[in-house]
Write a protein that binds this ligand. Structure first.
Ligand code: AMP
Length: 448
């Protein structure tokens, strides 16, 4: 429900109101309107909200207010007062950016830490005062082990995108971290969905939480114009290239189901004069950041991403999302198309659907209680044999390989995709990874 209430009625301190004004926000979003007063009142919070609703400011603004209203003297180094846990590196970086943006007129310090980058600068930063720590669970536990961070002073804990954290297998890490925190603290949990697992987590550590809810799973989808092109898997890349050129799309986020598929598609598009880059858990953090920055500033028209890499990407006014393959879990479709049509903007999402994906399409339509219109690409003529080089390349690059589990791939043909990360235990058992497992203890893409 849109609101005309302005931020000044929420009780936030003047330096925060200035920062909000400088960010160009005129009125709070529904989640901000509901959550901010509860957090300011010191209550635990259970918030059902997904990316695009303004949820980051909904927890960042009041926690900055609370911390600045109760300064701590003295403040030992490396002993944060607030911990924000996020599932992915990208989300951690974005939340940390929001903390800086909203807190720029306050004398509070913040630090972001995630894996995939050198730990030493993080260790140096922890030798100074840190009020707010934004972290992914794996790297935080690395610091705990090295005794470079002290979590005994946490006054406020935020679990952002808690459902994703559980999907990505972080539950044990979260429990380990919870055990290190002081008993008396304020807890805020944000999640787009509420599975039994999430409810169990909620019951175990939130105390009499205020519950706020916006955007049920299909609300984001309402703002997004959607269409389905029914097309054979082999012709999808050609149709996509044609659509991008024909419709002059300039900022397209394309979802593939696998890292391997993301790489191959980005290469294919580049070969067909469409500049594209792939981001996924096997790419270095530097490459991911570089690609994202170019995509955001408009110099890279196409970003091909897996679900996990794309999770939480905050790209304002993203006009076009493409599902190159449908996700296995219907809720992921809603998350994906939530990348577009954000904060009141309208957006477009198209899905390229092969005959084998029709059951996935039905599940998505059931979830949204709506049929997605079918579209036809008038004027698109598949070029027979035009992709021979691409197919040869695929066959050469992807001989059947054994993954860590030493099981054969589920579909042992040359184009069997390689799944990035997994989103639940069932899926974890379905496909053996096609690439040899890395020697590192943590699987890339799952833990950041
Ligand atoms: P989030 O759901 O936190 O990922 O935020 C989605 C987008 O909404 C971000 O680009 C924010 O900068 C933007 N945003 C957050 N709060 C507001 C607001 N009150 N008015 C307008 N835009 C906002």
């Amino acid at each position: 429900m849109p609101t005309q209430t302005d931020f000044s009625s929420l009780g936030l301190a003047a330096p925060l109101l200035s920062a909000i004004q400088e960010a160009g926000y005129t009125s709070p979003t529904p989640i901000q309107l509901q959550a901010i007063p509860q957090v300011l009142a010191g209550r635990d919070l259970l918030a059902a909200a997904q990316t695009g609703t303004g949820k980051t400011a909904a927890f960042t603004l009041p926690l900055l207010h609370l911390l600045s209203a109760n300064p701590l003297h003295p403040h030992p180094p490396g002993r944060p007062r607030c911990l924000i846990l996020t599932p992915t590196r990208e989300l951690a970086a974005q939340v940390a950016e929001s903390v800086k943006t909203y807190g720029k007129h306050l004398p509070l310090t913040s630090l972001v830490m995630f894996g995939g980058v050198n730990i030493n600068p993080q260790i140096s930063a922890l030798k100074k005062r840190v009020d707010i720590l934004v972290a992914t669970p794996g790297r935080l536990l690395d610091h705990v082990q090295q005794r470079t961070v002290d979590l005994s002073g946490i006054e406020i804990l935020v679990l952002d995108e808690a459902d994703r954290m559980l999907d990505m297998g972080f539950i044990r890490d979260i429990r380990k971290i919870l055990a290190l925190l002081p008993k008396t603290r304020q807890n805020l949990l944000f999640s787009a969905t509420f599975s039994t697992e999430i409810r169990a987590l909620v019951a175990s550590f939130l105390h009499n939480p205020a519950t706020v809810e916006v955007a049920p799973p299909n609300a984001a989808a309402e703002r997004v114009e959607q269409a389905v092109y029914q097309i054979a898997q082999k012709q999808k890349r050609e149709l996509l290239a044609w659509l991008i050129k024909e419709q002059q799309w300039f900022q397209v986020l394309v979802f593939t189901r696998t890292k391997h598929g993301a790489n191959k598609l980005a290469e294919y598009l580049t070969r067909h004069d469409i500049e594209a880059a792939a981001i996924h858990g096997n790419k270095s953090q530097a490459a991911r950041t570089r690609a994202l920055a170019k995509f955001k500033d408009g110099s890279l028209p196409v970003l091909v991403a897996t679900d996990i890499a794309a999770r939480g990407l905050d790209i304002e006014q993203l006009p076009q999302v493409v599902n190159f393959e449908l996700p296995n879990v219907a809720e992921d479709y809603v998350h994906r198309i939530g990348r577009t049509g954000r904060a009141g903007m309208s957006g477009h999402a198209i899905s390229l659907v092969d005959g084998e994906e029709l059951n996935l399409l039905s599940a998505i339509e059931r979830l949204m209680s709506k049929r997605i219109p079918r579209a036809t690409a008038t004027g698109f003529v598949p070029q027979v044999g035009a992709d021979a080089a691409y197919d040869r390349d695929l066959a050469r690059e992807a001989p059947p390989r054994r993954g860590r589990s030493q099981r054969p791939p589920a579909r042992p043909n040359a184009s069997t995709p390689h799944r990035e990360g997994t989103t639940n235990a069932t899926r974890r058992t379905q496909n053996a990874p096609r690439r040899p497992a890395p020697t590192a203890a943590r699987a890339p893409g799952n833990k950041h």
